[in-house]
Design a protein around this ligand. Structure first.
Ligand code: NAD
Length: 265
């Protein structure tokens, strides 16, 4: 029997790693931060660009939500520890972690440089490892289990000319399932979202032609252009009581792009 429409999120505490976005844009982490706050969660928005995290907090406060921001370079262990300690000192507990930090790549293995390979692998994986390393004990101490959502990409399973990016996002699938297995007994659920093409500042800031944009849209079986909100809503679901029986799940959120025969640009 369906027992309640309550998501069970009111009063919970979340960290969104990479919760900023350029300008007024809605990136995946900013959308998750705003929607978690709408659901009554206290949100610590973290970004290496503090000004971008501040903007997310401004947007949350304008909707009546509660959030604070901090600037942190999340490839560094000491910074991740500082972020988790900040959430605990501010709100006394930690329930949710959205690991959203990520950067792209464009080249094949032949054309990729070693330096860029190292940079993408470092940024796309280390913050997930380090934030989880400090967040999990804090969630256990909070006494009510916890939820971690790691953001991968459909490029993990359907790579298309983004070799190091796809490789790093593939590792996110394994990392998520390993964490789910290791910490399920602690009441910590770990899930992974594989977004398809989403129109966020990360993809449009470097410049995107109208043709490229409509190619991405047309690759969706339902002809919808993905937005940060689509990913944010999936984060809210996975973080909520509604997903209490869901862990180790790899959730594709892509409008069917990965089943489409059309190129996604
Ligand atoms: N946009 C898409 O089409 C798409 C598709 C699939 C997956 N994704 C994934 O979704 C996630 C978010 O993407 P987005 O498009 O919203 O990007 P975004 O660039 O708008 O947001 C990512 C944020 O992470 C921050 N960040 C980067 N490196 C950091 C670091 N070392 N420490 C702290 N913060 C750091 C950036 O400053 C940025 O504000 C990424 O992991 C990305 O790979 C995006």
């Amino acid at each position: 029997m369906f027992d309640s429409l309550d998501l069970g999120l009111k009063g919970k505490v979340a960290i969104v790693a990479g919760g900023g976005a350029v300008g007024n844009g809605i990136g995946n982490g900013r959308a998750a931060s705003i929607l978690l706050a709408d659901a009554g969660v206290n949100v610590l928005v973290v970004d290496k660009e503090e000004v971008l995290a501040n903007k997310t907090v401004e947007m949350i406060e304008a909707r009546g939500g509660t959030a604070i921001s901090v600037g942190a370079e999340l490839t560094k262990s000491s910074e991740c520890e500082k972020v988790v300690n900040l959430a605990i000192s501010k709100w006394g507990r930690l329930d949710i972690l959205d690991n959203n930090v990520g950067i792209g790549s464009k080249l094949s293995v032949v054309d990729e440089t070693e330096e860029h390979w190292d940079r993408v692998m470092d940024i796309n994986l280390k913050p997930m490892f380090l934030m989880s390393k400090y967040a999990i004990p804090a969630m256990i101490d909070s006494g009510d289990g916890g939820s971690i959502v790691n953001i991968s990409s459909i490029s993990a399973t359907r790579p298309k000319g983004l070799t190091v990016y796809s490789t790093s996002k593939g590792a996110v699938l394994s990392l998520s399932q390993a964490m789910a297995v290791d910490h399920g007994a602690d009441g910590i659920r770990v899930n992974c979202i594989l977004p398809g093409p989403v129109y966020t500042p990360m993809v449009y800031t470097p410049g995107m032609s109208d043709e490229h944009r409509s190619q991405r849209q047309n690759a969706s079986l339902v002809q919808i252009e993905g937005e940060g909100w689509d990913i944010g809503k999936a984060v809210v679901y996975l973080s909520s009581n509604w997903a209490r029986y869901v862990t180790g799940h790899l959730m594709v959120v892509d409008g069917g792009c990965s089943l489409s025969a059309k190129p996604r640009g």
